[in-house]
Design a protein around this ligand. Structure first.
Ligand code: ADP
Length: 464
């Protein structure tokens, strides 16, 4: 149990570490793709600007230049000079800032030119633009400062990297125009931002993401398979240890009886008593047969593992065989049990290896007697159903819990109560039953309630 937990803990922690590493890698890949996307469109935009300048001779702000020239020489200057006090001056400045902002957004042609260029090159043309104003001066006789972005001074422009788009979210800085007219100076930044940038970046990351998920899945599956195999191996090794313990116990009983009987025969007072000698000899004989049976059973089963076991099938009337098997069981090991039978075979015939079938029935009947804590009552029922002969052996014994029911047909398996040496056995009887039923093309099932009893049902196909 402790080892099992350790394996689980190691396995689960390794998987968690793997998942964290993959998340880390994917985040890195995503960031890289995100940055690459920005750089790609910066470069494309510079190409576009060059192209537009070369081919059209414009920077995309000609209309704006014209509108602002006109506005500042007329309206702006008038408004400023008409201001009579500080308050009116502040209002005039605000109006001018609003006008410049609106004009920069509405009267620039760069967005349309860029969009057309991108479209012609089959790039993504669905971008939004953003204008950030740095500085507005209205120049008359004096320079009147209308707006100056916090922390901005003229050196900023020179100090900036060409494609610096940091600090404005995912926007890409395309241009920092410095416009001058007769009566104004205007500096601003022009950014673009792609609406489906996230989708594109995710698309580009998706291969790495899929590989990461796949590798995690593969590791999880390999871990589960390895864990299951490990548990199965442990279960089998426990079964084998139990088997060796049980077998030693089973073999020791007849052996020690024989040893004691041998010693008894050495005693002078016994040797003079013919009756005692005969009795002891019979005991030795009986125990040797039992010993032989046990050894044969083990040998036979190990033979099956190597070769398909051979059946000597004959067409028989199942009812006759059942009568023979149950009668001889009654007169043998099952004499203290009450065995009731009810057959409804309608003369059904099946192809049967009678010797193996007798072993199968004996195993079921002797288990019904063995695993009982009161006087055993066994109902043996027989009938035909869907081209099968069904034989049901129901007892009033100790029953089998759900978990054990899944394993009782496994080789060497003994239910946990069976391992306390109250009920002797090797865990081979039902394994034998299942093998024989399957070799006849049939099967065996169990239903049971602990404390109430168990019912085993054998199915064997009818002769065709
Ligand atoms: P064995 O009897 O040698 O232990 P079997 O293969 O015949 O081995 O049975 C496997 C296990 O199934 C037994 O250990 C026992 O716990 C359980 N079992 C089998 N038959 C019965 C039954 N009729 N009633 C209760 N438990 C049973």
């Amino acid at each position: 149990m402790k080892k099992r937990n350790t394996v689980l803990i190691y396995g689960v922690s390794s998987i968690l570490i793997l998942i964290s590493v993959q998340i880390f890698i994917i985040r890195g890949v995503w960031q890289q793709k995100n940055e690459l996307f920005g750089i790609r469109y910066s470069v494309r935009s510079q190409e576009a600007l060059n192209y537009i300048w070369r081919e059209l001779g414009t920077g995309g702000f000609d209309t704006l230049q014209y509108v602002l020239d006109h506005y500042s020489s007329n309206q702006a200057i008038d408004e400023l000079s008409a201001a009579e006090d500080e308050k009116e001056l502040a209002e005039a400045k605000k109006d001018i800032l609003d006008y410049f902002t609106k004009a920069a957004n509405q009267e620039q042609d760069l967005s349309e030119l860029l969009s057309k260029y991108f479209e012609s090159r089959h790039y993504d043309k669905n971008f939004k633009y953003k204008i950030i104003i740095n500085n507005i001066d209205i120049i008359d006789d004096d320079t009147i400062q209308i707006y100056r972005k916090d922390g901005f001074d003229n050196n900023d422009l020179r100090g900036r990297k060409q494609f610096d788009y940091s600090g404005v979210g995912s926007n890409i800085l395309i241009r920092q125009p410095h416009m001058e007219g007769n009566n104004f100076r205007f500096r601003f930044e022009y950014y673009i931002d792609f609406s489906d940038k996230q989708r594109q970046v995710w698309e580009e990351t998706s291969l790495s993401l899929a590989m990461a998920i796949l590798s995690i899945l593969i590791v999880v599956i390999i871990f589960l398979i390895t864990y299951r195999n490990l548990m199965e191996e442990r279960r089998l090794s426990n079964l084998k240890t139990d088997f060796i313990n049980n077998m030693t116990h089973e073999l020791k009983t007849p052996l020690s009886t024989i040893t004691v009987a041998g010693k008894t025969l050495e005693m002078p007072q016994i040797r003079s008593d013919d009756g005692k000698i005969l009795e002891t000899a019979k005991l030795i004989g009986k125990q040797s047969v039992h010993l032989n049976q046990l050894i044969n059973m083990i040998l036979e089963i190990s033979m099956w593992e190597r070769t398909q076991f051979q059946l000597d099938k004959k067409k028989v009337k199942i009812e006759e065989i059942m009568n023979d098997v149950v009668d001889s069981f009654k007169s043998g090991g099952g004499n203290n049990a009450e065995i009731r039978n009810k057959y409804n075979f309608n003369g059904a015939e099946i192809d049967l290896d009678v010797v193996y079938f007798t072993t199968l029935m004996n195993n079921l009947l002797s288990n019904a007697v063995k695993y009982s804590d009161k006087k055993p009552e066994i109902d043996v029922e027989g009938f035909t159903q869907d081209n099968n002969v069904c034989i049901r052996v129901a007892d009033n014994g100790i029953g089998i819990n759900r978990i054990d029911q899944k394993h009782i047909f496994d080789k060497f398996y003994r239910a946990s109560t069976g391992n306390i040496h109250k009920f002797k056995g090797l865990g081979l009887g039902l394994y034998y039953v299942k093998k024989i039923a399957e070799a006849h093309g049939g099967d065996v099932t169990v239903s049971s309630k602990p404390g109430k009893g168990s019912t085993f049902t054998i199915y064997i196909p009818l002769s065709t």
